[in-house]
Write a protein that binds this ligand. Sequence first.
Ligand code: NAD
Length: 315
Amino acid sequence: MMVVVVDLLLMLIDLFCSILRAVVQTVLRPRLKSIDGELCLITGSGGVLGRLFALEIAAEGAHLVLWDCDTAANERTARLAREKGVRVYAYTVDLSRRHCIYEAAERVKREAGDVTMLLNNAGVVAGRRLLECPDELLERTLLVNCHALFWMTKAFLPQMQTKNHGHIVTVASALGLFSTAFVEDYCASKFGAVGFHESLTHELHTENLDGIKTTLVCPYIVNTGMFAGCEIRKELCSLIPPLDPLYTVKQSMNAILGEQQMICIPRIMYIAVLARALLPWEANVATYRFMGGDTCMLPFIKNVELKTSNGQLKS
Ligand SMILES: NC(=O)c1ccc[n+]([C@@H]2O[C@H](COP(=O)([O-])OP(=O)(O)OC[C@H]3O[C@@H](n4cnc5c(N)ncnc54)[C@H](O)[C@@H]3O)[C@@H](O)[C@H]2O)c1
């Protein structure tokens, strides 16, 4: 009985200290770690956020391994990053195929060395109504946004474990913490990504691998074109505007270098997360209706339909 009481007291002290630390870190800027000389693998590095992450990380002195299925876009990121004076290895990889991930991982180990930072950033969304969406597109979202996290971790965690040193970043989404209508594939994949990330983080703690850090990044809509057209009620748009991509990446970098476990961007998103956890479902529905959150994806889906009918959409 005595042991339980002592453990309870220790747990309460830990709990209090972690809350205090979080409050202090919110007010004061946390000390940022150096990643000079690390080898960082970024997926989706040909995309908007992926490219900005690559340039920010190169500016910190880390060498880069860049993975994307879009060779031309990835090569452009590689060229820009090399201008920062770091080593850059670019690979064309289809993350929806497990064997491609494992094959490319072997090449990386041979050609670039041990990856010490993994930034799982690649992501897709079907952008169609569930019943009108080809099964393959729905499946692709789950494969790229969620399944790939398993294969990436299995491929690169062992090297980090050996040295008890590394950092795994998961770029999920606010839609991995709460949901909205018409993006079932995306929400399912990002909720999956959040669950995967949290379970992995617990595992690393339980195994005393405290040298391997993790950071979960959950942004609201970012102006990258991924959700082009998506908007909440017009009058509220200025209160929660779509995020600037560079701002999103800078905020994420502060969280990563400050070894923060999780970041929601902007901070107001934490209110939505709390509301989902604390309020009855109907109360959340009422606030969604008021804010236009329930139908915010419809203009985006219309956009995708238009592009598809014009034959512009990449498969
Ligand atoms: N844009 C937003 O509103 C927003 C909001 C929250 C979270 N996010 C997340 O941020 C991340 C980056 O998004 P972005 O807005 O920069 O998108 P983006 O479309 O500009 O970039 C995504 C990149 O992933 C690559 N990719 C897609 N499928 C791939 C595959 N099978 N194999 C390899 N690479 C593949 C694409 O080629 C592209 O370069 C994604 O995970 C996304 O879900 C985006």
